[in-house]
Design a protein around this ligand. Sequence first.
Ligand SMILES: [Zn+2]
Length: 128
Amino acid sequence: MTTTSSLNTEAVRQTIEARLEVLHDEIVGKLGEMAEVLQSLDHIGDRADLSVADDTSSSDLADASRDIAEYRQGLAALKRLDHDLYGICTDCAEPIPDDRLQAQPFAVRCRDCQTHSEKASGIRHESM
Ligand SMILES: [Zn+2]
């Protein structure tokens, strides 16, 4: 079975690893900011300050959650690469088109299955 014959797996691996590095830095940065916000919460006395801190931490948390979800997809993509499963749709087992993989290196489904999956779940974002 030559499922990855059309893929340059080394190039794909490098693309994914580069993206993972960026994500890692972003996550560490955002969690670091959140840790500072949490620390500052200990010293906040009045409600006005507290609401500002709340806004900051919740938007950072949302960003960090998205990054962490993408990071996990990236790790899964690397694992799939190791097992010669990269570029194969997890739902219908058909090859995912190259142009889709280039646009979204972490994609695990072909377009049809992704659309189907999003419709079925009713939401577009990953749940943590
Ligand atoms: Zn599919």
